[in-house]
Design a protein. Structure first.
Length: 194
């Protein structure tokens, strides 16, 4: 036995030594066999599912975050919504000027719908929106009537884009005012009127 141990110590690789190769081979298989049996019996990992009442889409403008949260709390949605923010909100859904913004929204809506089983989308645009100023008209906020009309048009476009993909989801449209305690409800028009 002492002779075998000496031969093992003198041989550079225990797996290649004729006396040790079988033992080494069996020892190396054991961890793999144990791991394989454990992995086969384990259930696949699954995220815990939760239900949210709505997906909120708002603009990225930080000036409105507190007012939006307060508004959503008053709608009895506190802690029960998914939130997505894209510059221009409704403008982003239409893909103007960047189709990637619309794609990001659709990805988020699909995930929210499949994962959290939402039954409503709430879109919140706001007055004095920089995205609208850059993409539509730099003087838009100086004409309140025109500003309301442009937001109404884009909110309605967003409404019908969502309605056509998710016909059973409720959709609410709002325009937050600069005094930040008023959220005007924007009623959807017939699809061919947008």
């Amino acid at each position: 036995m002492k002779n075998i141990i000496n031969q093992l110590h003198n041989h550079p690789c225990p797996c290649c030594h004729p006396l040790a190769s079988r033992r080494y081979f069996l020892k190396s298989l054991l961890p793999g066999a144990v791991a394989f049996s454990v992995l086969q019996s384990a259930a696949p990992a699954r995220a815990v599912t939760y239900q949210a009442k709505a997906l909120i889409l708002s603009c990225i403008d930080f000036r409105f975050l507190t007012a939006e949260r307060y508004f959503l709390r008053n709608k009895h949605l506190l802690g029960e919504y998914d939130w997505t923010a894209l510059a221009g909100a409704s403008l982003a859904i239409t893909g103007f000027p960047h189709p990637a913004d619309a794609e990001a929204f659709w990805d988020q809506l699909d995930i929210s719908y499949r994962l959290h089983h939402i039954n409503k989308v709430i879109i919140i645009d706001h007055q004095d929106c920089g995205a609208y100023a850059i993409m539509i008209d730099s003087n838009l906020s100086k004409d309140p009537e025109k500003e309301l009309q442009v937001h109404t048009d884009y909110l309605n476009r967003a409404y019908w884009l969502i309605r056509n993909r998710y016909p059973h989801i409720d959709i609410e449209l709002y325009l937050a005012t600069l005094n930040q305690d008023e959220f005007k409800t924007i009623l959807p028009k017939l699809e061919n009127q947008t």
